[in-house]
Design a protein around this ligand. Structure first.
Ligand SMILES: [Fe+2]
Ligand SMILES: [Fe+2]
Length: 182
């Protein structure tokens, strides 16, 4: 009954790859080269929306079930606070990138700082979920808990992206990846 965790784990692997790509883009930016800011902004918008509307809400349903099961480890509260902070950090980075797109004067070190803050915090967050929260959920939640989680997720969250969106994201990632490799 832990297909939901398996799916979140797969999403973490995808997010990790995107973080590697963002690292490469930030390194390129640091060296004074210009990434495709419009594509980067679009990628960040997707990351922001997917996290805010799908990935984090599913994790919060599991967190609530853990709380009902008497689990109140401090790292669970840290993860919840990070969900809010990460949305803001991704938003700040995207706003800075959009500022560049719109020709606003941006300090390069500030744009880079927003990016690094988001990438570092998100990596730490994924790691905390993979090493602490997910093993705890697998260990303490019962089959009945997972049924309740699945029902709550089905009732409140639409977990799918359209094929058009998926194709667009693949294209974005391909373009940005080919740019950092040249
Ligand atoms: Fe999370
Ligand atoms: Fe996560």
């Amino acid at each position: 009954m832990t297909q939901i965790l398996d799916r979140l784990h797969q999403e973490h692997k995808q997010i990790s790859k995107l973080l590697d790509l963002l690292d490469d883009i930030l390194a390129m930016f640091h060296r004074g080269r210009e990434p495709d800011y419009e594509l980067l902004s679009e990628l960040l918008q997707y990351m922001e929306e997917y996290s805010d509307q799908i990935h984090h809400p599913v994790e919060e349903v599991i967190r609530e079930r853990l709380r009902l099961a008497g689990q109140n480890q401090p790292y669970l509260d840290i993860l919840t606070r990070q969900h809010e902070a990460l949305n803001e950090m991704t938003h700040n980075f995207r706003q800075a990138v959009e500022g560049v797109v719109n020709g606003e004067v941006q300090r390069r070190d500030q744009v880079e700082a927003y990016g690094r803050e988001m990438v570092t915090t998100l990596r730490h967050h994924l790691n905390l979920e993979e090493t602490e929260a997910f093993p705890l959920a697998r260990q303490v939640l019962t089959a009945a808990d997972w049924v309740a989680i699945q029902e709550e997720v089905a009732r409140t969250i639409d977990p799918r992206l359209s094929e058009t969106d998926l194709q667009r994201i693949r294209t974005l990632v391909q373009h940005l990846t080919s740019q950092v490799r040249t």
